[in-house]
Design a protein around this ligand. Structure first.
Ligand SMILES: Cc1ncc(COP(=O)(O)O)c(C=O)c1O
Length: 447
């Protein structure tokens, strides 16, 4: 017993639109320096003032959006922070009230799997940040990928994806979607001729990360979208590593943008979540399937995510600064063989990254000169500030050797195929002081 729960980033509310109060401030339009083309999808919220009182949310700067977008200006009991609605179900005062809801006259909650006030406000904040009409939250990034692909694909359909990607996304497509009769084709990352050649009349979606994990290759989004549009195939970009602070794929015409919110959006290594952004109409079936499959966040988790998002733009500035400074330091170090970082001119996709991205993020992969896997682990072990752990995008710097972390159980042939070398180290630069991180890496590289 649910109704269409598609939200609009400008129109979401916590159930009582009439409670919204007019804005007392009209913040001046902030940084609109995004290099995204203006020909992209225009979110509906750019055209009207938000009922929450934030005029023209899409032209506000990222920090203002982080702090205010999606939120009711006046919350219960005057609380400045969002109350945690710890409810799995929502009561109706009468059968009349229930009838108003089922007839679509009353926009409110019914049952936690279909929605929750905390979820609505975080979804609206994320949609505003992404410049999207709508956002759908999931309990993890993987849950978001699975939710989207399961909603959009049927037996006999095909998808094509660029081969550099998070290994579990590859695993889901290759091992599990295939069980439902969906065929996946992998083509070399950034090879648009191969992408086009792999499209058949049954192809329903083109999938890529940008930048990719862990090789940090940036995809030319204009070309990616052009291939999709000319073949009438939808496009999905997993922009987890870029974040909406550094790139807005929807402005390029990408249909679906996905993030593991576990990473930079949450930002504190303390939660798992995922989100898909896109157009209301295209996301309708996705939201509806989520209501069937579940995979939603608890209100407590949503509160943590909202709290993390308040400082997202600020944190990204430091992640970008640290990432670039450390990548440059590593590139100049005699023990380092190669550095993969989108902001370095030596990266093969640098020109694309420089044209599309506002900053390059905090993730760096590098290889150690003349080192076997043990010599490489000694460097990882010698680092005192970054902690040895999987994941990325949190305030704490993390370091790992992909060989003994995510790819340990792969065959050497598969590792070679995925471009994972024994002497590779991946570092997620947190928000610690740049000089401290560089000094620490300097001493670790002597190990
Ligand atoms: C690029 C990318 N996409 C998706 C995911 C999956 O996200 P989650 O761990 O939140 O399920 C990850 C996880 O590391 C990732 O790196």
């Amino acid at each position: 017993m649910t109704k269409n729960m598609t939200i609009d980033s400008s129109a979401t509310d916590l159930g009582r639109p009439s409670d919204s109060v007019p804005a007392k401030c009209d913040p001046s339009p902030a940084d609109t320096s995004s290099k995204a083309p203006s020909s992209g999808q225009t979110p509906s919220s750019t055209q009207k003032a938000s009922p929450r009182g934030l005029v023209n949310e899409q032209t506000l700067g990222a920090s203002t959006q982080c702090v205010h977008s999606g939120e009711q200006r006046q919350k219960a009991e005057g609380s400045i922070t969002a109350p945690i609605y710890a409810a799995s179900t929502f009561t109706f005062e009468s059968t009349d009230a229930l009838l108003r809801f089922v007839n679509g006259e009353d926009d409110r909650e019914e049952y936690g799997r279909y929605g929750n006030p905390n979820e609505k406000s975080v979804e609206a904040k994320l949609a505003a940040l992404e410049g999207a009409e709508s956002a759908i939250l999931y309990s993890s990034g993987m849950s978001a990928i699975v939710g989207l692909l399961m909603a959009k694909l049927s037996s006999g359909d095909e998808i094509v994806f660029f081969d550099q990607c998070y290994h579990r996304s590859r695993e889901f497509c290759a091992k599990h979607l295939s069980r439902f009769g969906v065929v996946t084709h992998q083509v070399p990352t950034g090879d648009f001729e191969a992408l086009e050649a792999a499209i058949t009349p049954r192809t329903k979606m083109l999938v890529s990360e940008s930048p990719t994990n862990p090789h940090l290759t940036t995809i030319d989004l204009e070309k990616f979208v052009a291939v999709g549009k000319s073949n009438e195939v939808e496009t999905l970009i997993d922009a987890t590593l870029a974040t909406p602070f550094n790139i807005k794929p929807i402005a390029y015409g990408v249909d679906y943008v996905l993030h593991s919110a576990t990473k930079y959006l949450g930002g504190h290594n303390d939660l798992l979540a995922g989100v898909i952004c896109g157009r209301n109409e295209q996301l309708e079936s996705v939201r509806s399937l989520r209501g069937v499959l579940g995979g939603v966040n608890s209100p407590h988790n949503l509160y943590l995510l909202e709290r993390g998002l308040k400082t997202f733009a600020l944190r990204m500035q430091r992640h970008n600064e640290n990432g670039l400074a450390i990548a440059q330091f590593l590139e100049s170090h005699p023990r380092v063989e190669r550095v993969y970082y989108p902001g370095l001119k030596s990266h093969p996709s640098y020109e694309t990254a420089a044209a599309q991205m506002r900053g390059f993020g905090g993730l760096i992969t590098f290889s150690v000169k003349d080192a076997d896997w043990k010599a490489t682990s000694r460097i990882v072990d010698a680092a005192k500030i970054p902690r040895i752990a999987a994941s990325l995008g949190g305030v704490e710097s993390l370091i790992e050797q992909p060989l003994v972390m995510s790819y340990y159980h792969c065959t050497p042939e598969d590792r070679a195929r995925f471009g994972i070398a024994d002497n590779m180290i991946r570092m997620s630069c947190g928000i610690e002081d740049t000089d401290d991180l560089i000094a620490d890496l300097k001493q670790a590289l002597q190990a």
